[in-house]
Design a protein around this ligand. Structure first.
Ligand code: ATP
Ligand code: MG
Length: 576
């Protein structure tokens, strides 16, 4: 469970949901109890948006000494799969939350839901409608026009009970009848115009098999699930605001019928996370995976939580993000840089420093004896001496970054160019003496001489004042590795949205806005200590950013690293 001080996050800021809970505690409405739930439908992988909801619901329970349930809202038999259930369980615990014994499946409540429907019929608050779907739709009215009663609306209780039981027993074809709540066909809120609450579906369910051929609809099932679990505060996203009157109507009717006791759970809506440069809709994510735009659900570029984990994003970073963005009642967009900055802040704190040369160029120190090597000592974390030091072998031939040498320096260039002195970080000061080129004029080797009395950490080191400070890796002992340079999946902040200059009538899709440079694979040289890195180990590669050993492909002896995030935000400066 998260500890605010350990993540660098501020103590929880109050918000309108906390204000409601505080008031409920003050009036002892729930006898001090706070019980929330995170209710995913197991029809896809969790994404960054779900992380906001998870952190909110589990965070409230944590901060108020309550509990948060993990509940699979699996009442729709058509799109749900065990694979998703397993992935969701893994993702929520990866985020650092614990539901204890409170793991629930809405499908386990099918009996109670059926009983609730029967109680509504008995109270003359539900009826079996036998109109074809299109006729039912035609009677529903519009936003400006009231609906009209179905001819079946006044069926008697006994007939309704009989028909509903026979629906359950499989006597009818799909679509022949539905069960509707009897609320108000003239209500200005369309959701109250006798919503369908049960339908016939001859589809096996991933958990209940073919035991049922009638299934409850979400708007009916969800409030009942909350009431069965004694949820106090049922937090959901704003699109359910118009459903709240039915939520309340239903639970009130069921309390009247003796099914539930008061107080009844209260639905509270907050604004969903909208994040630039990604899409947060299961449908669009499924399309990206199915059409092969990414390598799978855990592709590090995909805004899924399994993708985030593989990318090297951290649970602490997500929790910090949730605290920073807070919750509100109005829809807004959060810039991707906010999430990336949270990851940087956490990684800067916890990731040890290492050296990697991503675009290698050979440096030969001509006055360093051939065959000789020595160790240089480097701190693991500049701000945390308690994390100790490590050594790196130094020798006559080193890899440096290609961009750290210019034969003819541009203005302000302080790194290697003929006659200039730089420090090889944690090692010696060297003076560039020239370079070698191939037939095409490309630089193949940089030549330099070192100052034997200049080694870092020795008394002589201070006498050299140099402006450049370069990282390097021993050619003889460095570790060659695949490194995947990930970047944002989309090149535009609002993927798929119309932009100025788009031709009239032309629809843009998020697929059109994919970033062609979202992944580049390179071969890099790493300091030799990284050869046996464990999967998921995270580091800051000095001057480059934060990297993680890939949890799927990285093995001891043959590391594969993913770039999690660069050291600085390069997008806000108008990279596009
Ligand atoms: P999608 O719209 O991508 O299909 P969903 O809302 O249908 O997602 P659910 O499995 O129903 O997915 O979501 C579980 C919980 O996560 C719900 O309470 C939902 O409100 C919340 N949630 C989903 N997307 C977001 C988001 N972008 N920001 C915050 N909460 C979200
Ligand atoms: Mg949903």
């Amino acid at each position: 469970m998260s500890d605010h001080s350990a993540t660098g996050a501020a103590a929880p800021v109050s918000n309108f949901i906390r204000a409601i809970i505080d008031e409920d505690l003050r009036t002892a409405k729930w006898g001090g109890r706070v019980e929330t739930r995170f209710p995913p439908e197991p029809n896809g992988y969790l994404h960054y948006g779900h992380a906001k909801s998870i952190c909110l619901n589990f965070g409230l329970a944590r901060d108020y000494g309550g509990v948060c349930h993990l509940r699979f809202d699996d009442t729709n038999p058509e799109k749900e799969e065990q694979e998703y259930v397993d992935a969701i369980i893994e993702a929520v615990s990866w985020l650092g939350f614990d539901w204890g014994e409170h793991l629930y499946f809405a499908s386990d409540y099918f009996d109670t839901m059926y009983a609730c429907a029967t109680k509504l019929i008995e109270a003359d608050k539900a009826y079996v409608d036998s109109l074809p779907a299109d006729e039912m739709r035609a009677l529903r009215g519009t936003l400006t026009e009231a609906g009209k009663d179905s001819p079946y609306r006044n069926r008697g209780v006994a007939e309704n009970l009989d028909l509903f039981a026979r629906m359950r027993d499989g006597e009818f074809a799909e679509g022949a009848h539905v069960l509707r709540a009897k609320v108000d066909m003239a209500s200005p809120n369309i959701n109250l115009r006798d919503p369908v609450i049960y339908r016939i579906r001859r589809v096996p369910h991933h958990r209940s098999g073919d035991r049922w051929c009638v299934y409850p609809l979400y708007t009916f099932a969800h409030p009942i699930e909350d009431a069965i679990e004694n949820i106090t505060h049922s937090v959901c996203t704003l699109e359910f605001e118009d459903q709240r009157p039915f939520y309340d109507w239903l639970l009130d009717a069921l309390a009247e019928a003796g099914q539930f006791t008061r107080p009844l759970p209260r639905q509270i809506e907050f604004a969903r996370l909208n994040l630039t440069y990604v899409v947060l809709s299961k449908r669009k994510l499924i399309q990206l995976v199915d059409d092969g735009h990414v390598a799978g659900w855990d592709d590090p570029r995909l805004p899924t939580l399994v993708g985030a984990r593989r990318r090297g994003f951290t649970a602490e970073g997500f929790r910090m993000f949730a605290e920073r963005i807070g919750v509100s009642k109005s829809d807004s967009w959060i810039d991707m840089s906010v999430l990336e900055e949270c990851m940087r802040d956490h990684l800067n704190d916890v990731a040890e420093r290492r050296v990697a040369v991503l675009d290698p160029l050979r440096l030969v120190i001509t006055n360093y004896p051939e065959g000789q090597r020595e160790l240089c000592e480097a701190p693991n974390h500049p701000l945390k001496p308690e994390l100790g030091t490590r050594t790196m072998p130094f020798g006559r031939e080193l890899w440096i970054e290609r961009e750290d040498f210019m034969e003819v320096p541009s203005k302000g260039f302080r790194r290697l160019f003929p006659d200039n002195l730089v420090r090889l970080r944690y090692g010696y000061v060297v003076k560039c003496t020239g370079c070698e080129k191939d037939a095409d004029g490309n630089v193949t080797t940089v030549l330099a001489e070192y100052m034997p009395d200049s080694k870092s950490g020795t008394p002589g080191a201070d006498t050299y004042k140099v402006k450049g400070n370069l990282h390097w890796v021993s050619v003889a002992e460095g570790c060659k590795a695949e490194v995947r340079l990930y970047d944002r999946l989309f090149a535009h902040p609002y993927p798929g949205a119309r932009r100025e200059g788009d031709a009239e009538g032309v629809e843009r899709s998020h697929i059109d806005d994919l970033n062609p440079d979202s992944m580049r694979t390179i071969t890099a040289w790493l300091e030799p200590g990284l050869r046996d890195v464990r999967a998921e180990q995270r580091y800051q590669f000095e001057r480059h950013g934060y990297f993680v050993a890939d949890r799927v492909d990285s093995v001891a002896g043959a590391p594969v690293f993913n770039r999690t995030v660069t050291l600085k935000d390069s997008w806000s400066k108008g990279k596009q």
